[in-house]
Design a protein around this ligand. Structure first.
Ligand SMILES: [Zn+2]
Length: 391
């Protein structure tokens, strides 16, 4: 399987509050280095992509670029401007040291107001520099430092490049599935607010990339049907929210019940309007066994099989590992191999072009081998399928 990597994803480095302590964020550059080291010792092809940093940082956009067109059509422009400029503004105002991080201090919240009149003021971005940091974030784990914008762009660009590969008629069958080594992750970003280490929603960008590539290749009547399988320990609130009324995307998530981000992820959230029935949450209590997790995987496979997708996006997190401090599931390295094989060998899902996006996973000592276990489980099945087809 091709692994896509951009060295610019390593630049972003920030701090966060964990409990009452301000610490270096657990979502750190070493996550990517450790996965790369593990991948280099296998036969996976690592393809290096370089986003144009200078253009991204100085002008904030390149009209010719598909990435920027997709960003503009999916994420709010004032939010993107904030991501791009907040650090420089704080630094110039003397509010930060060079290696400092913009963190919010006050969040807008509808429950602050009984009056509808006051409540309507929440719709406008505030002028105050400190207020803006809270207006564009929903928690304290999405601080903005000097390279955040560049890394977030590079991360989203890997999603675009992954979609380019899986939608291009393949000479090489290995293009059927691509793993994008995204960092920062994306599934918590609402497209107007950062949170949970996420600044740009990479799954949203991936869906719109697939739609763009498919319509460029053929008649517009063949709109793709895209299934997103979210296997991060935490519910992908941002991805769910973006596609909640869209029947062209089936979102299926297996995640910790009543865990972060706390206010989404119930199994009663099933979509709205035309999207009703196209959102499937499969929350799981913390102390369930691997076997019980696999039962949810079978359910997810069933839902996705019935939907008959043309493309699959996997939001893949490894904070489901039993030693990860941000999750409390009990998955082991071999579990990832089994999950991938079960999914890829399901009759209804064989050989559907798939893009796997990295989301969370913070236990560095095992992160590399866990990723490789998943990719090898996925590939072993692909190899078995093509061998069977030859017989
Ligand atoms: Zn997570």
């Amino acid at each position: 399987m091709i692994i896509l990597h951009d060295p610019a994803t390593l630049l972003h480095s920030t701090v966060e509050f964990l409990g009452a302590k301000l610490i270096s964020a657990l979502e750190c550059p070493e996550r990517i280095s450790t996965i790369l080291r593990a991948a280099q010792s296998t036969n996976h092809e690592i393809k290096i992509i370089h986003i144009d940093h200078d253009k991204a940082v100085t002008s904030g956009e390149n009209q010719q670029s598909l990435l920027f067109r997709l960003l503009k059509s999916t994420h709010k422009q004032d939010y993107l401007d904030h991501l791009r400029t907040a650090y420089a503004i704080w630094y110039e105002e003397g509010l930060l040291e060079k290696d400092g991080t913009v963190l919010p201090e006050c969040f807008p919240n509808k429950r602050m107001f009984d009056s509808q009149k006051l409540d309507s003021g929440l719709a406008d971005p505030p002028k105050d520099i400190f207020a803006r940091a809270g207006y564009y974030a929903f928690d304290l784990s999405a601080g903005i430092s000097t390279h955040t914008w560049t890394s977030a762009l590079a991360s989203a660009n890997l999603a675009v490049e992954g979609c380019r590969l899986i939608t291009t008629p393949a000479v090489d069958a290995s293009n059927n599935a691509v793993f994008a080594l995204c960092r920062p992750p994306g599934h918590h970003c609402t497209t107007s607010m950062a949170g949970g280490y996420c600044y740009i929603n990479n799954a949203v960008i991936a869906v719109e990339s697939i739609r763009s590539f498919v319509s460029a290749h053929g008649p517009t009547s063949s709109m793709p049907k895209i299934a997103i399988l979210d296997l991060d320990f935490h519910h992908g609130n941002g991805t769910q929210d973006y596609f909640y009324r869209d029947p062209g995307v089936l979102y299926v998530s297996i995640h910790g019940q009543d865990e972060y981000p706390y206010y989404s992820g119930q199994d009663t959230e099933r979509g709205e309007g035309e999207g009703l029935g196209f959102n499937v949450n499969l929350p799981l209590p913390a102390d369930w066994s691997v076997e019980q997790y696999l039962e949810k995987v079978e359910l997810a496979i069933e839902h996705i099989g019935v939907y008959k997708p043309t493309h699959i996006i996997v939001s893949l997190g490894f904070d489901t590992f039993h030693l990860d401090r941000l999750g409390c599931f009990k998955l082991y390295t071999e579990s990832y191999d089994i999950i991938a094989r079960r999914f890829r060998s399901a009759n209804a899902l064989k050989n559907i072009p798939s893009l796997i996006l990295l989301e969370g996973g913070y236990f560095l000592e095992s992160l590399g081998e866990n990723v490789i276990a998943f990719l090898q489980g996925w590939e072993r099945t692909s190899t078995e399928i093509s061998q069977n087809q030859l017989r």
